[in-house]
Design a protein around this ligand. Structure first.
Ligand SMILES: [Zn+2]
Ligand SMILES: [Zn+2]
Length: 233
């Protein structure tokens, strides 16, 4: 369909206030400054803000071995809490268009310099995918791919077991819950370097478990990018 016609029938909405946007508008001027980028300095491992003076790593990364090599995160979760909730749980996949683009544009240099073979979205369980009708991380990955030209491998990494909802669990329960959460049918394509894509980075248990599974099938380097970082919500 012609782009103008598509916009006429399905106008784009601001991901923050949901106002209908004009042509070529991606977010409204008033809302532009609401998504707050993670302030520097950033942890050299996970990309979170480091509050300890003089440290290269955040409190968690100094104490927790990480299966991933390095990660990047765009916004502070608190600044776009409601929008993310609509995006991932309440049927607004269209918000991911803006967010994925911003992830790709902001980290273009970092992502392309990794020479990655693939962007791999964190998968949902089949049950949750059926409930939602889309995987929000795959939407972000596809937008990032359009900008960086790194291909998306959507069915490479799968959920192994239905996992409990993470936010109701303690930290150690989360880690146990995640340990066997992923399954890789086969690494036939011989990927060597990959970038995981997820919506929110909290304790790192999800991307950590996915990275461990990917390294288990011979992938050498696993990076990640997330839309937002939070404090363990
Ligand atoms: Zn707005
Ligand atoms: Zn860190």
């Amino acid at each position: 369909m012609n782009k103008n016609i598509t916009e006429f029938f399905f106008p784009r909405h601001c991901p923050i206030c949901d106002r209908v946007l004009g042509r070529d508008e991606e977010i409204c001027d008033d809302c532009k400054t609401i998504p707050r980028p993670v302030p520097p300095p950033h942890c050299k491992k996970c990309g979170k803000h480091v509050s300890e003076p003089g440290s290269d790593y955040c409190y968690d990364c100094l104490r927790t071995p990480r299966a991933f090599d390095r990660g990047f995160s765009l916004y502070e979760y608190v600044s776009i809490h409601d929008s993310i909730s609509l995006f991932k749980n309440l049927g607004r996949p269209d918000y991911g268009e803006y967010y994925g683009k911003m992830m790709g544009r902001t980290f273009y240099g970092e992502l392309t310099s990794l020479e990655a073979d693939a962007l791999i979205p964190i998968p949902l369980s089949e049950k949750r995918f059926r409930e939602r009708g889309y995987n929000q991380s795959a939407i972000l990955a596809n937008e990032i791919s359009q900008i960086t030209k790194i291909p998306v491998y959507e069915d490479f990494l799968l959920r192994a077991h239905p996992t409990k909802v993470q936010k109701h669990l303690s930290r150690s329960e989360r880690q146990n819950n995640m340990k066997k959460a992923f399954h890789i049918p086969q690494n036939d394509v011989k990927l060597k370097t990959v970038i995981l894509v997820d919506d929110i980075y909290t304790t790192g248990s999800t991307v950590g478990a996915a990275a461990a599974a990917l390294k288990g099938v011979g992938i050498n380097r696993v990076y990640f990018i997330t839309l937002a970082t939070g404090r363990g919500y």
